[in-house]
Design a binder for this molecule. Structure first.
Ligand SMILES: *Cc1c(COP(=O)(O)O)cnc(C)c1O
Length: 437
């Protein structure tokens, strides 16, 4: 399988191994697969006894078989996923796909870990190194840090705004050590992002150091997010009357776009529900045909506060800019903060199940869908994007209870912070990089 930029359909074509080290294409577009895989038979042969790794292998082989041997692909999948999703039926017909059992307790672990392991695999025996440079406002950086920790021939440099991430987030970024280097920047998240951007356009620096990015638009993070849709289907397939419905709490729409690839390559899916908070430019597009990006607004589900979703460009490339095609598969649903809190409260009271605020957005959207399709025996799978224990204040406010911090995170609080404090300009970053690599 080869890949091209959304902005240059005529090429050049890249391999997966090339595209993942580029991140964004030089023309500013996003890499997308060329042509389709036909995996329908393989998907239909899976069953409830299929492990997550087995489900992942089906898709990974389809994507990588021109570049790696079956044994290498197997080793990659095996190494990338020491954790797996769980599927829980919380109420009749409504299943929660828990994607928070990885090291940072959020679904981004799946994409980050596959990318990191892929990079390590492609660097092997090549006498090449990579330095991952990334800015974080808190949460996403921790999945990247965990995923790259201990990877051979790779260093990670993470910039975060001093005093503007939560104590737990700071521990997640700064306590790993080894090949993970945290830079505490005296400035805002925007300053951190600007410094990273400036470094990537600094030709002298780029000529000297093998700098690369690992942000969420990277193909190597996007595609593995399709693996758990396939696994969830395998779990439920023997009891399905109709095709499955997936409900995805969305911000940049990477998670949802990955599901669309699984569908495009043969997974039987009836509908994807795109659940958003007040940042609802995609549900608006689905209703009106007008796409109007705008500045984001803050909500309780803040990992979804995105006013201009980066993966919209990939979705448009899949559906060939056709509004009709897009809305025939995807249904939009906007959920307010008030509704989010109420859902967390009622689901805890009635089902005894604790939701994080992001998952709650998806949960209510799924409940609404099921209400409208009562006689049809439909099954909806809601993607649970993070562990509720990561959002103590909102969970407390909604349910009156303090959630337990997952043990993996609780242990971090005892560890020592290691970070280098720097000023918010490129010169400081350049000096740091040149002195250390
Ligand atoms: C990143 C994130 C989302 C949004 O996912 P996208 O792929 O950007 O749509 C939802 N919930 C949580 C907890 C996240 O970290």
């Amino acid at each position: 399988m080869k890949f091209f930029s959304t902005r240059s359909p005529e090429g050049p074509l890249l391999t997966f191994g090339e595209a993942i080290f580029q991140g964004l294409a030089p023309d500013g577009g996003l890499y997308v697969p060329q042509g389709d895989l036909d995996l329908k038979e393989a998907f239909l042969s899976l069953h409830h006894g299929t492990s997550f790794k087995e489900a992942a292998m089906v898709m990974a082989k389809g994507i990588l078989s021109e570049e790696l041997s079956p044994e290498q692909i197997e080793a990659l999948v095996d190494k990338a996923f020491p954790f797996a999703p769980k599927l829980v039926e919380v109420e009749k017909g409504l299943f929660v796909l828990e994607l928070f059992h990885g090291p940072s307790c959020a679904f981004k672990d799946f994409g980050a870990s596959f990318l990191a392991t892929s990079m390590e695999t492609f660097l092997q025996g090549k006498d090449k190194k990579a330095i991952i440079l990334t800015a974080t406002s808190g949460d996403t950086g921790s999945a990247v840090a965990q995923a790259f920790y201990g990877k051979k021939n790779i260093d990670v440099v993470i910039l975060y705004p001093s005093g503007r991430v939560s104590p737990l987030q700071e521990k997640q970024l700064t306590t790993l050590g080894g090949n993970v280097h945290a830079l505490e920047v005296q400035g805002s998240f925007d300053d951190c992002q600007k410094m990273v951007k400036d470094a990537f356009t600094d030709q002298e620096l780029m000529a000297k150091l093998p700098l690369t990015s690992a942000n969420s638009i990277n193909l190597g993070r996007l595609l593995p997010q399709s693996f758990y849709y396939i696994w969830a289907f395998a779990q439920l397939k023997e009891n399905l009357v109709d095709d499955l419905v997936f409900c995805v709490p969305s911000g940049n729409f990477g998670n949802l776009t990955a599901g669309i690839y699984a569908w495009k390559w043969g997974l039987p899916v009836d509908t994807f529900i795109a659940a958003t908070n007040a940042n609802d430019v995609v549900p608006e597009y689905l209703l009106s045909g007008e796409y109007t990006p705008r500045p984001s607004v803050g909500t309780y589900s803040n990992a979804m506060d995105v006013g201009s979703p980066s993966n919209f460009e990939r979705m448009m490339s899949i559906f060939k800019e056709s509004w009709d095609m897009t809305k025939s598969l995807i249904l939009g649903q906007k959920i307010t903060d008030q509704e989010t809190i109420e859902t967390m409260k009622t689901v805890k009271e009635n089902q005894g199940y604790l939701l994080c605020p992001h998952t709650a957005v998806g949960y209510l959207a799924a409940q609404r869908y099921l209400e409208q399709h009562q006689e049809e025996n439909e099954k909806v799978v809601v993607l649970a994007t993070a562990h509720p224990g990561k959002f103590v204040e909102v969970v407390q406010q909604a349910t009156g209870e303090s959630p337990q911090l997952p043990p993996a995170l609780a242990n971090l609080l005892k560890k020592e912070k290691q970070a280098k404090l720097i000023d918010n300009n490129l010169q400081e970053l350049r000096e740091y990089l040149q002195a250390n690599f």
